[in-house]
Design a protein around this ligand. Structure first.
Ligand code: B1M
Length: 235
């Protein structure tokens, strides 16, 4: 985006300009610069969550718009995603070390045909930070992979992520298969991803659609509390 800032010293920039510079650096896929800027903001006392949402997700939103409009192409977006992951890797342990007690367990993965994993990774980080144990089964998961993970991990929650209008219907395949096997109601099923909405979540039989990672955490906590209450009543 910028060609004239070769000699720029990130640490000299005030916060707002540094965040703007991070948008540019993310756009240009400059992982080292993103990592340096994240460290600078942390040193200045920024909360990890705010760095994540304001600087990294904010920057990725700009990338997304230009990708949609044909200004950026897959190789450039991959570099941007790589830079974003560099920043997220620094924040991950900080978000996870809240000392919150374990509140539940979630298996999460992107559905078959979908390799977009940044949103899923973000949800995993935030859930871990909120005290959930998270088993991330990665990308491009066929229904069998989800079922295997449910059986071996015995989570409370199944999370599914899809970023493509062509892959989101696969969530229904997973939920329908769970229903056929008689295990649908054993789990809280949460779904998310940019092209989804509440109506879609309801239509496919999920328990809830989560707009973003913060909503995923709140929704998971609400469902876990309900689950504990109903178990207590049943005893
Ligand atoms: Co792709 N891509 N991409 N892409 N890509 C989108 C999704 C697209 C909207 C871009 C566009 O046109 N504007 C478009 C989809 C259009 C559509 O379906 N209608 C698109 C396309 C078309 C494609 C390809 C088909 C391009 C091609 O090859 N011609 C291809 C498909 C690959 C595949 O999956 N089979 C493709 C490839 C790629 C890259 C590999 C280059 C790269 C992915 C790298 C990676 O993830 N490792 C990429 C990227 C980066 C994007 C955009 C630019 C950014 C996605 C992202 O990371 N957002 C994206 C445009 C956009 O979304 N604006 C785009 C940031 C992330 C934090 O947000 O993922 O929405 P998000 O997650 C949020 C919430 O949605 C929610 O919480 C998260 C955090 O707040 N959430 C959940 C997500 N999952 C959840 C699960 C939950 C709960 C909440 O469970 C409980």
């Amino acid at each position: 985006m910028n060609d004239e800032d070769d000699d720029l010293i990130l640490a000299d920039l005030p916060d707002d300009e540094l965040v703007q510079q991070m948008f540019d650096d993310l756009y240009d896929g400059l992982r080292d610069e993103i990592e340096e800027a994240v460290h600078i903001l942390l040193d200045r006392g920024w909360e990890p969550y705010n760095i994540l949402t304001e600087a990294l997700v904010g920057g990725m939103t700009i990338v997304g718009k230009d990708f949609r409009d044909g200004i950026l192409f897959v190789p450039e977006v991959l570099l941007a995603a790589n830079a974003m992951k560099g920043g997220m890797a620094i924040l991950k342990p900080l978000l996870a070390e809240t000392g919150a007690p374990r509140v539940g367990k979630m298996v999460i993965g992107t559905v078959k045909g979908d390799i977009h994993d940044i949103g899923k990774n973000l949800v995993s980080m935030m859930m871990e930070g909120a005290g959930f144990e998270v088993v991330d089964i990665g990308i491009n998961n066929a229904v069998e992979k989800y079922l295997d993970a449910l059986e071996s991990e015995k989570p409370d929650i199944l999370g599914m992520s899809a970023l493509l209008t062509t892959t989101m219907p696969y969530m229904k395949v997973v939920i329908d298969t769970m229903a056929e096997k008689g295990i649908r109601d054993d789990y809280i099923v949460l779904v998310g991803g940019a092209p989804l909405n509440e109506e879609f979540g309801r239509a496919i039989g999920a328990d809830a659609y989560c707009r973003d990672a913060a909503v995923a955490v709140e929704t998971a906590k609400t469902f876990m509390a309900r689950r504990h209450n109903s178990m207590a009543t049943a005893v």
